[in-house]
Design a protein around this ligand. Structure first.
Ligand code: SF4
Length: 309
């Protein structure tokens, strides 16, 4: 009953504030349920840019809300829980990347969208897991530093084994990086008919055991279009909500019980309501200086341009 009232309040507040709620697939099911749009980083950045809401409540982690602000500087962007960070985004600082650039001015810097706004200002182009391979290939033949996810870079190098190898930072998402081959083998033994679908932030030895490697959205699309009935899922647990509600006739097994991103799970319905009301101490309105917005948006817009080509 309490939740029903809360849902009604959120709905009403959204109207009054001319707000939309964006939620990442890794959020808790109740947050995905009340969101206007659910997506991965790439989809949500496009939605943030292309809608006419005045306020965006971004249920995700800090760099995602920053990305929405960079692409829509005239909108108010609010992260309901300001402590919701991302280990991968925090694995590289502005100062570290600046030092690299000063020493290696001839490198193209390709930055995963999982970076802070300040780090994005130093990137030539951003990428997400949906478009990284396409964009890396666009710069083939040039010296490339890919930051900060070592695993996606190693996967790109593996696919391009007969051509240029890109250099990379040593960051990672520990949720995906900690997957081990033994877990894949165990799940395959337990569910011999299931297809194994894994996110490219996992290590290469793990990826090599997958039937399909793709971003969150690509995994969802793969399942939707597949005639198979069982799937072992190698990405964050939150994706199960979308998979199960969209595919009632299919079965899903999480590759590891450790596939849970704690910071993605911090946001509650109460936090969303407070963010809409701009009350309490948990929320943060994202504020970025104009120079940061200008430089970071160059890298993000370059991504949107290249990935739509
Ligand atoms: S799942 Fe990994 S990359 Fe995604 S927000 Fe959590 S720590 Fe960051």
């Amino acid at each position: 009953m309490q939740n029903i009232n809360l849902l009604e309040e959120i709905k009403e507040l959204k109207k009054v504030k001319k707000a939309i709620i964006l939620a990442h697939y890794y959020q808790n099911p109740e947050i995905q349920m009340i969101a206007d749009y659910v997506g991965d980083s790439y989809q949500l950045s496009k939605i943030a840019k292309n809608n006419d809401a005045e306020v965006i409540i971004f249920c995700g982690v800090h760099f995602m809300a920053e990305t929405a602000k960079i692409l829509s500087p005239q909108k108010k962007v609010i992260l309901p829980v300001k402590t919701a960070g991302c280990i991968m985004a925090n694995s590289i600082t502005y100062e570290e990347l600046l030092a690299f650039k000063q020493e290696h001015p001839d490198y193209i810097i390709i930055g995963y969208v999982n970076t802070t706004a300040k780090v994005k200002t130093l990137c030539d182009v951003c990428v997400t897991s949906s478009n990284a391979l396409k964009i890396i290939n666009h710069y083939k033949g040039q010296k490339i530093l890919y930051v900060p996810d070592q695993n996606l870079a190693k996967y790109a190098n593996y696919l391009n084994q007969n051509s240029d190898q890109i250099e990379y930072w040593d960051g990672c998402c520990n949720i995906h990086h900690n997957l081990v081959t033994g877990e894949v083998k165990l799940q395959k033994t337990l569910h011999p008919n299931a297809k194994v679908l894994i996110h490219p932030e996992a290590r290469l030895d793990v990826l090599k055991l997958a039937d399909f490697i793709g971003s969150t959205k690509e995994i969802i699309d793969y399942v939707k279009n597949s005639k198979e009935k069982e799937f072992i899922i190698g990405t964050e647990k939150g994706i199960l909500y979308a998979l199960e509600t969209l595919n009632l006739d299919k079965k899903f097994y999480l590759l590891s019980p450790n596939l849970v991103c704690r910071t993605m799970k911090l946001t509650t319905l109460e936090d969303v309501k407070n963010a809409l009301l701009e009350t309490g101490s948990k929320y943060e309105e994202i504020k970025l200086d104009p120079k940061t917005i200008e430089l970071a948006s160059n890298a993000l817009n370059k991504m949107l341009e290249l990935s739509d080509k």
